[in-house]
Design a protein around this ligand. Structure first.
Ligand code: CU
Length: 159
């Protein structure tokens, strides 16, 4: 008796399981469908990010962003600046870490009222938020040798 009851219970539960599986598979299909959509949207998302990266590469933004601020190490040398051009983004806070590879140089951008001294063996930091896109002429403001007058660079502020 007991065994038969258990047997019936088993049959009933198997039927339930089968029913569940059949309706469940429908659900699973739906879920799969929605998963596909999720997949598609996440692919779209990641490709969007990729294209964002590609954009950065295309405009060749200098340095890297650290805690919300673009940090660019700029080396002055007889007679130029590295990187050249320095490419930064409008509205993105920037910190230029100015260093000299040889003697004391200057870092002047007249249009932005910037004039920094870069003593040899030291780091001069310059923080600002670029507002106006364009090409800005950098020139050395500290006499550094016979090529001093020809020591130029470019700061590019992109949109
Ligand atoms: Cu100079």
């Amino acid at each position: 008796m007991f065994c038969r009851k258990r047997f019936i219970f088993k049959i009933v539960s198997i039927t339930f399981v089968l029913f569940f599986l059949m309706t469940g598979s429908g659900c699973a299909n739906e879920r799969e469908g929605s998963t596909h959509m999720h997949g598609a949207s996440s692919i779209r998302h990641s490709s969007g990010m990729e294209s964002g990266h590609m954009n950065s590469d295309e405009t060749e933004l200098s340095g890297s962003v650290k805690s919300g601020m673009r940090v660019v190490e700029v080396h002055a040398y007889r007679y130029g600046y590295d990187p050249d051009p320095i490419v930064i983004k409008k509205g993105e806070k920037v910190r230029l870490e100015l260093k000299s590879r040889d003697v004391t140089h200057g870092f002047g951008i007249a249009a932005l009222s910037i004039d920094e001294r870069i003593p040899a063996g030291q780091t001069t930091t310059l923080e600002f938020t670029p507002e106006k896109p364009g090409e800005y002429h950098i020139h050395c403001t500290v006499y550094c040798g016979p090529g001093h007058e020809k020591m130029h660079g470019t700061l590019r502020i992109v949109e």
